[in-house]
Design a protein around this ligand. Structure first.
Ligand code: CA
Length: 232
């Protein structure tokens, strides 16, 4: 992908300007939009490779923009949200956003998240039977898990939880998504199960479960497995 096109929807004029010039400086093409409706129009006319979307927009709820975008585009979406809008961020991930940043965020973090989600789309075209996270190796075809070369035995539920995270290629998975995938529909609120099983997984698959390196907690949102991306 040469010079990916990023649509930036942000109503704060100074931030929009800053994002535009910073992203251009780092080799991206940028389409700026200062509102939701303008953003949706530009999305349809230019079909961007990535949408960077502020959730607090004056004319149209950012979540509505996301919903509309997802009806026709599979391009990655990174949402920007205020710290006070935790629930909105989780809702955005449930609606198909790929990642989020809480304002205020650093430019380096934004650039890193963008690189990761863009690499993921290249990767999604190739099935990944083996997922690597540091010294943790998950063979999704053989259903085998090893840590530093030693096979680790997991219960069926632990494996399903691990698999849900591993198939996301480093993407954050919300509590609701994990509960639905591992325990089935109707279990969307039983987050305590999830915390218990995540604790068990960490005990088996982290060298220091109190300072997890593979299974990252996204407070109030969900978990992500810190996988290694093959070089694109
Ligand atoms: Ca805003």
């Amino acid at each position: 992908m040469t010079q990916p096109l990023i649509l930036v929807v942000e109503d704060e004029a100074s931030l929009l300007k800053f994002l535009g010039s910073s992203l251009r400086r780092h080799g991206y093409q940028v389409l700026p939009a200062s509102g939701g409706r303008e953003g949706l129009g530009l999305a349809r006319s230019h079909n961007p490779d990535l949408l960077l979307l502020d959730l607090g927009l004056p004319d149209l709820d950012g979540l509505e923009v996301l919903k509309d975008f997802r009806t026709w585009s599979q391009a990655p979406v990174v949402v920007l949200s205020a710290r006070t809008r935790e629930r909105q961020k989780v809702e955005a991930l449930d609606l198909g956003a790929d990642d989020y940043l809480t304002k205020p965020f650093g430019l380096n973090e934004l650039l890193a998240r963008i690189r990761v989600v863009l690499r993921r789309i290249i990767q999604q075209e190739i099935p990944q039977p083996v997922v690597i996270a540091g010294d943790l190796r998950i063979d999704l075809e053989a259903r085998q898990v090893s840590l530093s070369g030693e096979e680790v035995r997991l219960t069926p539920l632990e494996y399903r939880l691990l698999e849900s995270l591993a198939r996301r290629n480093g993407k954050v998975v919300t509590h609701k998504q994990l509960l639905r995938e591992v325990w089935g529909p109707g279990q969307g609120e039983q987050t305590q199960y999830l915390h218990i099983y995540m604790g068990q997984l960490r005990k088996k698959l982290e060298h220091d479960p109190t300072r997890p390196r593979h299974f990252r907690t996204e407070t109030g949102v969900g978990y992500r497995l810190d996988v290694e991306m093959p070089k694109a």
